[in-house]
Write a protein that binds this ligand. Structure first.
Ligand SMILES: Nc1ncnc2c1ncn2[C@@H]1O[C@H](COP(=O)(O)OP(=O)(O)OP(=O)(O)O)[C@@H](O)[C@H]1O
Ligand SMILES: [Mg+2]
Ligand SMILES: [Zn+2]
Length: 364
């Protein structure tokens, strides 16, 4: 099982880097001042869903410990099960229609079963349509006493003011690299994975403030290194700034050389590279080329070594701006899916072909 699944925090103490939020929620539990609508915002993999679930258990726990769920009482045991009917998780990305929200509105009236609160967790709430937002608003205006809404989003700027004004908002922060390192060390110790300090730092840095990303990168490195992580291997696998790889890849894209792309992906997979990270690098490279094409002081922005800059510049000439923008869109929207899919390679290949043929990637 993936590390980020195994190590999902179960109490507020286990959540790292979000003390400004967990302290407040603990206090609310201890004082019984519980709100009816919360908004959790912030980057992917920083704890929004985890905290929402802890909170959902804490409000129902019979004997909370310092504001966290005890994990032992009847209610905690019940709510720890994945599909308990009192915690309703909805992904607004795929249920974004007004009817989906109306269904919630009908159902909120029903009392929770055996516990005090029903908790609705609506993920990616920014994806709702305008009419769905309006329907949600009606519910948020007068929520029944036994219902709590937790809305989560990575893109808070897309939410209407009317929704914002009805929620208590918590901003999840990027987790500092030092905190990630400590967390990772603890997990490696528990998993009996050996890792030197420098590799630890490389991995934590590559996670860019997201706990989940850090753990999934750690996962792929650990499984490749079979329990003993070395700096050499880490560098090789992370390979994030392997410029020549990006150049090669973009040459294939430019020439629509499907065979070259498939072979390159095959090579990377055999070398144990994290393909989701690679996809991010591809959008970054497209962005770098775009900067070179459009900005006077491009290298002040990019800060590349001179020879690398020259090489990029040459490649930039071969693309028009529209194409680069499309690559950025296609690859950055695939990035997230790549983290969760079981067939990473297939998805990456499809993404490349989509980028080449210029079709839109449809997300549902
Ligand atoms: N603050 C944190 N402390 C400890 N572990 C965390 C934290 N944030 C994320 N994780 C790890 O990452 C996994 C996913 O976290 P979670 O689902 O809570 O993130 P999220 O913010 O909801 O992400 P998304 O925006 O993609 O929905 C957890 O199971 C856990 O392993
Ligand atoms: Mg989430
Ligand atoms: Zn309990």
């Amino acid at each position: 099982m993936a590390l980020y699944r195994t190590y999902r925090p179960k109490t507020f103490d286990e959540v790292i880097g979000q003390e400004h939020i967990t302290k407040t929620l603990e206090n609310q539990i201890m004082n019984g001042h519980i709100g009816h609508a919360y908004l959790f915002t912030g980057t992917r993999g920083t704890g929004k869903t985890s905290v929402a679930k802890i909170f959902a258990r804490a409000v129902n726990c019979l004997t909370p410990v310092n504001g966290s769920p005890c994990g032992k009482c009847e209610n905690c045991l019940k709510l720890q099960r994945d599909n308990d009917i009192n915690i309703i998780e909805m992904d607004a990305a795929s249920n974004n229609k007004v009817d989906d929200i109306r269904e919630i509105r009908e159902k909120v009236r029903f009392m929770p079963v055996d516990v005090k609160y029903k908790v609705y967790i609506i993920d990616e709430v920014h994806m709702l349509t305008d009419s769905a937002f309006n329907a949600l608003l009606k519910t948020l205006e007068e929520p029944p006493k036994h219902v709590i809404f937790i809305l989560a989003t990575t893109e808070v700027h897309k939410l209407p003011q009317t929704i914002l004004s009805r929620c208590v908002r918590f901003d999840f922060r990027l987790v500092p690299v030092g905190v990630l390192m400590k967390h990772l060390r603890k997990i490696f110790d528990l998993e009996k994975i050996e890792c030197d300090e420098e590799s630890l730092k490389l991995i934590a840095t590559a996670g860019e403030g997201s706990v989940r990303d850090t753990l999934s990168i750690a996962d792929s490195i650990a499984s490749y290194c079979k329990g003993k992580i070395t700096k050499e291997e880490t560098l090789r696998i992370l390979g994030t700034t392997d410029y020549s790889l990006n150049i090669e890849f973009f040459n294939y894209l430019k020439d629509r050389e499907v065979g070259g792309i498939l072979a390159l992906i095959d090579r990377m997979e055999k070398e144990g590279k994290n393909l989701a990270v690679f996809s991010k690098d591809v959008s970054k490279h497209a962005r770098n080329l775009l900067v070179i094409k459009t900005c006077e002081n491009a290298n002040e922005i990019l800060n590349l070594p001179d020879d690398v800059f020259e090489e990029f510049k040459q490649q930039a000439d071969a693309f028009d701006e529209k194409t680069l923008i499309r690559y950025m869109q296609v690859f950055s929207s695939a990035e997230n899916e790549l983290r969760y899919t079981l067939s990473v390679r297939l998805l990456l290949e499809t993404t490349c072909l989509t980028a080449m043929t210029g079709m839109e990637v449809k997300k549902n």
